[in-house]
Design a protein around this ligand. Structure first.
Ligand SMILES: [Zn+2]
Length: 214
């Protein structure tokens, strides 16, 4: 999943690429890939697989993936993983990730759909029991039946914020009282950091190098 974007420094420029070239694309000087002065590093990939992050709040674009399809925060979908890494989400189809008949978790959305998402927050193992019990209880509430869904007022965010308030876990629960505060503190910093990576990725899809003057 990680496209492996690299960055190195040369002749007062920062060069982004996926393979360190033989010659500097700016000054054409021959490069030694092992030259420490190039300060090469791999640009950190900002996305994670939800299934590898139990007890977490995760976000992805409503349609498609971040790298290729994401444009702005209006397109975001948010969900919660349980202690096994199954994603529980609320949409026009109601709750997914929990089987309302058997009242147990369902792995129906363990496909690739949540393989490129942003991690908003993850809790440690000590929370396993309470996290799962609050999440399961909430998911089974008639509040989250498909016919209650409303794109503006009763959506995936409403569900996640209600879960965080019910969890009663301190600061995060407090911030979940106010959707605007929550977005400002938890959503915007993640999406803007990811935005930089996304634009770099898209530049490198069109050309071999992306060059920044230092
Ligand atoms: Zn150079």
């Amino acid at each position: 999943m990680d496209p492996g974007i690299l960055c190195f420094h040369h002749c007062d420029h920062k060069v982004f690429c996926t393979i360190i070239p033989e010659q500097c694309p700016v000054c054409q000087q021959k490069l030694d890939r092992y030259d420490y002065n190039l300060l090469p590093f791999r640009v950190p990939y900002p996305f994670v697989k939800a299934s590898q992050h139990p007890r977490a709040i995760v976000m992805k674009p409503t349609h498609g993936d971040f790298l290729n399809d994401y444009y702005n925060s209006k397109d975001l979908h948010i969900g919660v993983t349980n202690s096994h890494g199954y994603v529980v989400e609320f949409s026009e189809q109601g709750i997914q990730g929990v089987d309302t008949l058997t009242k147990t978790w369902s792995s129906c959305n363990m496909g690739a759909e949540w393989d490129q998402c942003l991690l908003l927050e993850q809790f440690d193992e000590l929370w396993n029991e309470i996290w799962d019990s609050v999440l399961l209880k909430m998911s089974l509430s008639p509040l989250w039946e498909a016919n209650r869904y409303n794109e503006e007022r009763h959506n995936c965010f409403t569900f996640v914020l209600a879960f965080l308030r019910a969890l009663d876990c301190g600061e995060l629960s407090e911030k979940a009282q106010d959707p605007k505060q929550f977005c400002k503190q938890y959503v915007v910093p993640r999406t803007s950091a990811a935005g930089k990576y996304i634009s770099l990725y898209r530049q490198l899809k069109r050309q071999c190098f992306f060059i920044q003057h230092q």
